[in-house]
Design a protein around this ligand. Structure first.
Ligand SMILES: *Cc1c(COP(=O)(O)O)cnc(C)c1O
Length: 394
């Protein structure tokens, strides 16, 4: 067949690496030439249990033989069970399931607006943080405000006021009579693996309480065990009113969730929100299977241990290659290496050396987001490859 057009059949919005991935095995990806890669990108923090985990494969194939989809017109046991388990293990009283992170964030934005509107006093504005990333729908890019994501897509959705990272005074000053909520990532992912401090997060919670605002955490990347606790708010001693989850919750199956308290979601009644696929039987079968493993005794402790080992090994490498590495950031298995040389170039070299990582658009950072099931040998293998590439670069 003759192709008349220059544009590729796959819309060229991604600059894909010149590698065709053929299959996955635990924490490794294997390309079509049989080359093995240690996967510390994990599909951008998605494959929390690695590739083709037997428990997930069993759950998905068993469900595939029974029921794929019946819509939200009916009840299904997996949906009810997953919602109950998320409620049991979080701050939340209720859950809306989605297929992606952006949809989970959209749902949270709607909950904030509906909450105040239903009280008879609309307060549609939401404060967001500079450098944040919340997904690619129009509402989500309007919230994130990055030039790259928004250019040419106007008019954007009104109602998002952005303040500087970590600046509580700026947040206080940005609160007006129309402000209804605060949306932030506990640890910014695309923004360069930037953590908020406990003091800041507690300050934000207090401000929200004082002004009757809903605190909405976007844990799409930093949640679900990635930072060493099931939810990334846990170690800070605060709870949100709303929380968006996706990525790790399905370990590669498209699944997201918007969690909320009863108070926040009191106006989310029949007909006020929806989606055809969200929480379908395949997705919830996988979601329940992921939870089975993540909730096992000792799972989270192992994430903390692997994360601590990886971070200290990276810090040693940073000391040995001061001309290449600026600093090591992050916690748990959400780590970033801020480079002094272009991070994308290092990511490409690491890939050729057999280690997959992800560059961030902001701050020249390489992200290490391995499956949560890695052990010490994987940490050491990754650091060996990193050191080799660094030696080649100096
Ligand atoms: C990836 C991401 C999203 C968007 O998730 P999609 O599944 O790509 O829509 C939203 N927020 C954060 C923090 C993310 O990392």
């Amino acid at each position: 067949m003759v192709r008349r057009n220059k544009i590729s059949p796959v819309m060229p919005v991604y600059n894909r690496a010149p590698v065709t991935m053929a299959r996955g095995e635990g924490v490794y990806l294997i390309d079509d030439n049989g080359k093995r890669y240690l996967d510390f990108a994990a599909g951008i923090a998605v494959n929390s249990l690695g590739h083709c985990h037997p428990h997930l494969v069993d759950a998905l194939s068993a469900q595939a033989r029974v029921l794929w989809h019946c819509s939200n017109l009916y009840q299904t046991a997996g949906l009810a069970r997953l919602a109950e388990r998320l409620v049991e293990h979080s701050f939340a009283d209720t859950v809306f399931f989605t297929n992606s992170g952006a949809e989970a964030v959209e749902c949270g934005i709607k909950i904030v607006r509906k909450h105040h509107a239903a009280k008879g006093k609309p307060r549609p504005r939401i404060i967001t943080i500079e450098g944040s990333f919340h997904g690619r729908t129009l509402a989500c890019i309007s919230a994130g405000k990055s030039t790259r994501a928004t250019e040419g897509y106007g008019p954007l959705l009104d109602g998002f006021d952005q303040v500087a990272f970590g600046d509580l005074a700026a947040m206080r000053a940005a609160i007006g009579p129309d402000t209804g909520g605060i949306l932030l990532e506990t640890v910014q992912g695309e923004g360069g693996v930037r953590e908020h401090s406990t003091d800041y997060l507690r300050g934000v919670r207090t401000l929200a309480n004082e002004h009757g605002l809903l605190l909405f955490l976007d844990e799409v990347q930093c949640g679900f065990g990635r930072t060493g606790t099931l939810f990334s708010y846990e170690p800070h001693g605060i709870t949100p009113d709303i929380c968006a989850l996706a990525k790790g919750i399905g370990s590669g199956f498209p699944l997201g969730a918007c969690l909320a308290t009863e108070h926040a979601a009191s106006a989310m009644t029949t007909g006020t929100h929806g989606g055809t696929y969200g929480g379908n039987p395949l997705a919830t079968a996988v979601g329940n299977a992921v939870l089975d493993i993540v909730l096992e005794d000792g799972f989270m402790q192992r994430v903390v241990q692997s994360g601590a080992l990886l971070k200290s090994e990276l810090q040693h490498a940073a000391q040995d290659f001061p001309d290449l590495i600026e600093e090591v950031r992050g916690l748990g298995l959400m780590l970033g290496i801020r480079m002094k040389v272009p991070s994308q170039e290092v990511v490409n070299q690491l890939r050729e050396g057999g280690l997959l990582t992800v560059a961030t658009t902001a701050d020249n950072v390489i992200r290490l987001l391995p499956p949560l099931i890695i052990d010490k040998t994987h940490v050491l293998e990754a650091v060996t490859i990193l050191r080799q590439i660094c030696r080649n670069m100096v």
